[in-house]
Write a protein that binds this ligand. Sequence first.
Ligand code: GDG
Length: 463
Amino acid sequence: MSRLVVISNRVSVPTSDVGGAQGGLSVALAAALRESNGVWFGWSGEETEHFSGHINFQRNFGVATATIDLEPHDIEEYYNGYANRTLWPLFHYRVDLAEFERGFAGGYERVNARFADTVVPLIEPEDLVWVNDYHLIPLGQKLRERGCRNRIGFFLHIPWPPMPLLLSLPSHRELVQSMFAYDVVGFQTKDSLEAFRDYARVQLGADFGDDDGVVHEGRSIRAIACPIGIDTTEFRASAEGEVARGVFEQMRASANGRTMIIGVDRLDYSKGLQERFLGYERFLAANPDKHGAVFLLQIAPPSRGEVQSYQEIRAQLDALSGRINGEFADAEWVPIRYVNKGHPREQLAGMYRAARIGLVTPLRDGMNLVAKEYVAAQDAKDPGVLILSRFAGAAEQLADALLVNPHSPEELADAIATALAMPLTERIARWRRMLDNIEAEDVIWWRRRFTDALEASQPQAAN
Ligand code: GDG
């Protein structure tokens, strides 16, 4: 395998040889970097008064990382601004929340150029360069402008929006054209891939070759769907490990005979938390016999607290959970346990396993790894039921979940009732098919599929 240079906004520094507390993505990338003796480059998360291009090199558990600090206005305009206030909402179909400010766009270009300037000297001629996510879409082009002729791939972790939505971005054309600097571009779903091809055909007049090729102004790239998976084997093992078993017992004891429903999401408007609470409220209103018999544990660690729309969604959820609890609770039962704090990964595994229903109802999601983690954590003899939004990328692979429209409180309420009544044989049959899928298409499969496609592409010819 060629040496891999992974570039993403943030870098996850390994904390052990095997991952443990870290997510599947960082474990899989760390394994690839170890095997190929590669390096992971990105922002440290720290501020500096004056950007100097200084790189902090580290090697932890066999993985080399290289990080840079950014100036406060870089963080404001590039990260909080263009990435999280323009692209994130727009790509999640929330044009109403997207802010289009020239300062943000300028900061995005500047920081992508800074990434390119600092990483270029680290790239050797035969390296495979793998750029990740919406923070760095134009990076490939900036690398080309600096003479980089390596094979460069780009993977988008969030949805690619349909053409009419993308047209509302003032610099949509430049952004999409910059994708043609890559050799391979990867999307989570066929749906996102189709939306990209649609834009390329209608707006750029691109041609389509065999083998996923998209040709624009003489540049031919491969555009593929490459759904990300989880570390299924490890996560299953951790759900049966000591920490998870302890948490499982505690959860069962604190449930006191009640059936638990679980949701685990970063506190983000794309995750459909308000709609989920409203659907659960509808279920409670329609099923008085279930009062006191079920409860919803919603874990929602806050994220992106500097961005106003995140402050607003947090306040709205505080109010909504309070209102529902006030309306339905009695002295011994609270219908929603709403927890704004993160939990170690092994503990989450135990919580998933203790829940009869996994409620994963984003309004839009590139993939959604929680859905796959919930399935992986289940007991083969008594698995729970996954209720999954049709608008999560994961729905393309997990068709055996109860698929719902997250905007409809009735559908959510009906799905909760169906899941609670589902016989064991049906639960097992559905779960088995979902597990087969997440075992076959795990995070190692994902990483290989992408790097194999990149390795198979032709290096750029010299000009
Ligand atoms: C983006 C895309 C795509 C959550 N709470 C805790 C915790 N988590 C972990 C989960 C899961 C991860 O965070 C969240 O992943 P998701 O996929 O659900 O969502 P995003 O953060 O929005 O990720 C998404 C993903 O990229 C990968 O391509 O699937 O569509 O939006 O692993 O378990 N982890 C710990 N404690 C918590 O409290 N340790």
